[in-house]
Design a protein around this ligand. Structure first.
Ligand code: 3PG
Length: 308
């Protein structure tokens, strides 16, 4: 009997990416099922009940979903951040959770640069703006996305530095970026701060008043990581106190109206998380996820497990 694989995406992959994934599963002798643009999380709970594996994006794979997926062996997050998956419950149920690191990194990095330009040019309002060339960018976390942002920043003629306490000096050297060892220094010396940290218990709300108050005059915070890493109330407070600070984020804060009503010229939010929303990123991440599932069912290979 062939294994059933659910592709569950509230925010669908590009059609071409999804069609390629379906074809690959069929050719490998697996049975793909597609659940796209679902409105109610209960639809995912129902759809998971008889499948052996699922591919998701930011879709919430919580305890309820895992409880319903009694046949589940594998959850693949087609993307980098797996904060949407209850990895501990999955582990307790012996369900393997994998991600596809790096596959959508270029798309996210390009969006970060786009947000920087948008803010520098006064949100294309017609007002005179500024250029990125000659400005200093601070990359917070030098992972797959951060490295590309660093290289794009250099291509724009920016001075690039980064803060990442989890990697060796040689990575900074390879990327030709200055190593900042104190996070406050990143905030106090850079014109642009670009966030590339995951949402973890340690990072959630970690961008707080204490840090934000260190921001250089006229500084801009760019968030293509996760909304949750920002301490929203603290950001509101500092933006009240410091009319020079700007914020652009890929996905709006919870209290979006408080930001847009007070600081219309100084904030920009995408309507939906769209960093990875390109045909290329969808193809890379979707195909990688598909290959990982085929590798598991056909060869017993586990790739990029995040809940060992
Ligand atoms: C990721 O973690 O890979 C990105 O945030 C993309 O998420 P998405 O697949 O929900 O767009």
């Amino acid at each position: 009997m062939s294994e059933k694989v659910l592709i569950a995406t509230e925010k669908p992959f590009a059609e071409s990416a999804r069609n390629s994934m379906v074809k690959m599963f069929e050719e490998a002798g697996l049975k793909p099922v597609v659940l796209e643009k679902y409105k109610d999380p209960k639809d995912l709970v129902s759809a998971v009940s008889d499948v052996d594996a699922i591919i998701v994006r930011s879709d919430k794979v919580n305890k309820e979903v895992l409880d319903a997926g009694t046949k589940l062996k594998l959850v693949v997050r087609a993307g980098a951040g797996y904060d949407n998956v209850d990895c501990a419950t999955a582990k307790a149920r012996k369900v393997i959770v994998e991600n596809t690191p790096g596959q959508n990194a270029n798309a996210v990095a390009e969006l970060a640069m786009g947000l920087m330009i948008m803010i520098a040019r006064g949100k294309y309002s017609g007002k005179s703006g500024t250029e990125l060339k000659g400005k200093k960018i601070g990359v917070q976390a030098l992972g797959n996305v951060g490295k590309i942002v660093a290289s794009l920043g250099r291509a724009f003629g920016m001075e690039v530095c980064a803060y990442d306490p989890f990697i060796d000096q040689c990575v900074f050297d390879d990327c030709c970026v200055g190593c900042i060892t104190k996070i406050e220094d990143l905030y106090s010396t850079c014109d642009y701060i670009s966030l590339h940290i995951p949402a973890t218990p340690e990072t959630i709300k970690s961008i707080d008043y204490q840090l934000l108050s260190k921001m250089k005059k006229g500084g801009t915070l760019i968030n293509t990581a996760r909304a949750e890493v920002i301490h929203e109330e603290d950001l509101l407070r500092i933006m009240e106190e410091r009319p020079d600070i700007k914020y652009a984020s890929d996905i709006a804060p919870k209290n979006v109206a408080a930001f847009t009503e007070k600081f219309a010229d100084r904030v920009f939010f995408t309507p939906k998380k769209m960093g990875a929303q390109t045909a290329e990123a969808n193809t890379n991440a979707g195909i990688a996820a598909t290959q990982q599932i085929i590798a598991y069912f056909k060869e017993g290979r586990v790739v990029n497990q995040v809940n060992p």
